[in-house]
Design a protein around this ligand. Structure first.
Ligand SMILES: Cc1cc2nc3c(=O)[nH]c(=O)nc-3n(C[C@H](O)[C@H](O)[C@H](O)COP(=O)(O)OP(=O)(O)OC[C@H]3O[C@@H](n4cnc5c(N)ncnc54)[C@H](O)[C@@H]3O)c2cc1C
Ligand code: FES
Length: 367
């Protein structure tokens, strides 16, 4: 009996797999959609592409780079574009990643939309500025046991224009049978250093790109990236600012703070950086030195699991509990948060408790 059920399940799985492969083959070879026109931003750019690929890759092949932090897996929702005509029906992957409000406005995940006919779409104007770069890794240095900094010299084009806080997408290379992928990394260098891009990367256990970075990427290697992307930037309001980050969430804040120094922007500002113990801290000397260069800036590292008997004189505990001690009233503040969803959600709750306006909280969620 069990044997027959096993055979039936095996048979059904094989048939389903064969049907899926057949559909894929039909889609690629038999269904020839021919040339399709992509009309972008009401005629600002018109492209003629071969139908059959995703909108994301059709645009990418034509040097229009849409952010795609999850590499087209349909999970990050960074590749949203507005499709006015020709996008076809919304599939289940899109349904679970788009709000009903987005769907009503015609917002789609470009990695899930297949080009099967002419499409009219709208993308944010700044995406016309994103480019693909070829670079060379000129420095790889460990900042902590699980965080590495990469310094990349740009080869072609030779310079990049970006705002502090934005991110690039790094392309990994094949290793040990694992495919090349694309992942988002915030730029940690300053905009004035326009011939280089620095990123700070935390190792994720079994992560495809981070394993490549830590175990396979060597200084001197050429690599590709695209960008800049994102709107996580310091607002021009000059309102007092509170920065909150943990781990590699340091990257955009490190860029923003040093850019503030270069611009002489000495607004009242606090930076709470979270780690488990002193082994998680980096750029500590530099950040305390910044307090002298920006007299209205305070750096507050907060450790959650530092050994009770250690010599640590700084704050102990989670940032949401320490923050009110320094900022009892956050009504006039803008907040810039970077790190994991849990970290961001708990800090945002503490900020709201301290009176911040929800519209003044800006964040980049890394996971
Ligand atoms: C806007 C933005 C900016 C970012 N900036 C930075 C930055 O500055 N620095 C930084 O370090 N990161 C940053 N990230 C995160 C970064 O893009 C990557 O997500 C991260 O480095 C992990 O990539 P990976 O390929 O190594 O891991 P992935 O292979 O994508 O895996 C991620 C995690 O999921 C697990 N996983 C993978 N596949 C499976 C599976 N089949 N089943 C169960 N678990 C699985 C892995 O074990 C791993 O822990 C940013 C993300 C965004 C969206
Ligand atoms: S690329 Fe991530 S959802 Fe489309």
């Amino acid at each position: 009996m069990i044997f027959s059920i096993g055979v039936a399940v095996g048979f059904l799985s094989t048939v389903t797999l064969l049907l899926a492969l057949l559909l894929l083959f039909a889609e690629r070879r038999i269904l020839n959609y021919g040339p399709c026109t992509l009309d972008i931003n009401e005629g600002r750019k018109t492209l003629v592409v071969n139908g059959g690929s995703t909108l994301l890759s059709s645009l990418g092949e034509n040097e229009i780079f849409i952010p795609s932090a999850c590499g087209g897996r349909g999970t990050c929702a960074y590749c949203k574009v507005k499709v006015l005509e020709g996008g076809g029906v919304i599939g289940p992957v899109e349904e679970s990643n788009l709000s009903s409000e987005d769907a009503k406005k015609g917002v789609r995940l470009s990695c899930q939309v297949k080009v099967r006919q002419d499409i009219k779409l709208v993308i944010p104007d700044e995406l016309f500025l994103a480019k693909r770069f070829q670079g060379k890794l000129i420095r790889k240095r460990l900042l902590t046991y699980d965080i590495v900094e990469l310094r990349i010299a740009l080869i072609q084009p030779e310079t990049i224009q970006f705002a502090a806080g934005q991110y690039i997408q790094l392309e990994s290379q094949e290793y040990l049978g694992r495919d090349a992928v694309m992942r988002a990394y915030s730029i940690s260098s300053v905009p004035s250093d326009d011939r280089h891009v620095e990123v700070i990367i935390r190792r994720m256990p079994e992560g495809i790109c981070t394993t490549w970075v830590f175990d396979h990427l060597e200084e001197g290697r050429e690599l590709n990236l695209s960008g800049p992307y994102g709107d996580f930037k310091l607002k021009e309001s000059k309102a007092p600012a509170v920065f909150l980050a943990g781990g590699s969430g340091m990257a955009p804040i490190w860029s923003i703070l040093r850019d503030m120094k270069e611009q002489g922007d000495d607004r009242e500002s606090y930076y709470f950086f979270s780690g488990r113990n002193q082994d998680d801290l980096f750029f500590t000397e530099e950040l305390f030195a910044l307090e002298k260069e920006l007299p209205n800036f305070r750096y507050i590292p907060c450790l959650t699991r530092e050994d009770k008997g250690s010599s640590w004189q700084g704050e102990r505990g989670r940032v949401p509990f320490i923050l009110p001690k320094y900022i009892p009233d956050a009504t006039k503040f803008e907040a810039y948060l970077c790190g994991s969803s849990n970290f961001i959600d708990s800090c945002a709750a503490a900020l709201k408790q301290a009176g911040i306006n929800e519209n003044s909280i800006f964040y980049d969620k890394f996971e």
